[in-house]
Design a protein around this ligand. Structure first.
Ligand SMILES: *Cc1c(COP(=O)(O)O)cnc(C)c1O
Length: 328
């Protein structure tokens, strides 16, 4: 007797679902905000959240911002990048778009077939005399080849900026991944492992960069009588900071739950012909931002796009990441 056909899931399965605190945890925080009537401009919850987040991530200099895209732009300005920036086409459009918004020219270099992150050798080939930096992405939470990229940057006098939107809390051999390079940008969009609805942060190894980011984030206003430079509005509100503080308590249990699910997926999918799972490298506490498979139509007997459509009939809504490719 053959097994019966699999049934669709009763509830739709989406690529991600935001964590949320219990209302009973969140309401007293809202009441405190209402009482103070301090809604934005580096309020008390902003300060508390910035401290708590720095502690959680194990980094000394972190600046909250209103989203990851603004964070990337603030980091480009903060590092005074000019001309060309070599980046990956295999990312969310915000990565190259942030460069363009800063008047920089994205130069796409190819990725490594295994890690799916920027291939340092391809980066070297893409350099021009105008190149001032490398903007690499820890795509799907897979750490970039940080040592090779740094060596390359040192050889050519370049800055290294990381888009760490997928790599919240990721550690490599115990060290926070967001401490590598000249700056790292995190996104706290609702689709990310950790979120504040909308939000983000710039992690800067140097205190001077943190100070510059914070000036740029608040219109360039230094004090009551000095506007030091043309800034932007990159501020995170008290409401978002409250959500961040509450969600910070949930993020590690969520990450561990995802790790358990990823383990089951790996066990079941790893041996299927034509399916390659993108596995977290050893020694990395991974964000499990996404569970990623690659589909080779010849081996799997179904193309990626057909599988994407077919899974919808089972109430499973996958995404084709990254489609279309930024370089297209
Ligand atoms: C989500 C994301 C961003 C943008 O972050 P926002 O907070 O939505 O502006 C940038 N880069 C990557 C790789 C992302 O996944």
């Amino acid at each position: 007797m053959g097994s019966s056909a699999p049934l669709p899931f009763e509830e739709p399965i989406f690529v991600t679902r935001p964590i949320l605190p219990e209302m009973s945890r969140f309401l007293p925080m809202l009441e405190a905000i209402w009482k103070q009537r301090w809604l934005t401009n580096q309020g008390p919850l902003h300060a508390e959240f910035e401290r708590a987040l720095g502690g959680f991530l194990g980094v000394a200099h972190l600046s909250l911002v209103n989203n990851g895209t603004t964070g990337l732009m603030l980091a480009c300005r903060g590092l005074e990048l000019t001309g060309d920036v070599v980046t990956t086409p295999f990312t969310f459009p915000a990565t190259p778009a942030a460069l363009t918004w800063c008047g920089l020219t994205p130069r796409f270099a190819d990725i490594d077939a295994t890690t799916l992150t920027l291939d340092p050798e391809a980066v070297e080939r893409a350099l021009t005399p105008q190149t001032s930096a490398i903007l690499a992405v820890h795509v799907y939470g897979q750490p970039c080849r940080v040592d090779a990229l740094q060596a390359l940057a040192d050889r050519h006098g370049l800055r290294v900026l990381y888009d760490g939107a997928h790599a919240f809390g990721t550690r490599v051999a115990g060290r926070p991944l967001c401490e590598f390079g000249d700056a790292s940008v995190l996104s706290f969009h609702s689709t990310k492992l950790f979120h504040t609805g909308e939000g983000g942060a710039v992690v800067a190894p140097e205190r001077s960069l943190k100070e510059r980011i914070e000036l740029l984030r608040n219109f360039g206003i230094r004090d009551e009588t000095t506007v030091a430079l043309p800034g932007i509005n990159g501020k995170l509100t008290e409401l978002q900071a409250a959500l961040g503080l509450a969600n910070l308590e949930l993020v590690e249990p969520e990450r561990l739950a995802r790790a358990r699910i990823a383990h089951v997926y790996l066990e079941r999918l790893r041996s299927l012909e034509g399916i390659t799972c993108v596995e977290p490298p050893a020694g990395v506490s991974h964000s499990h931002q996404y569970f990623v498979i690659r589909v080779a139509a010849s081996g799997a007997g179904i193309s990626r796009d057909d599988l994407h459509e077919r899974l919808k009939t089972f109430n499973v809504f996958t995404r084709r990441y990254f489609f279309p490719l930024c370089s297209d």
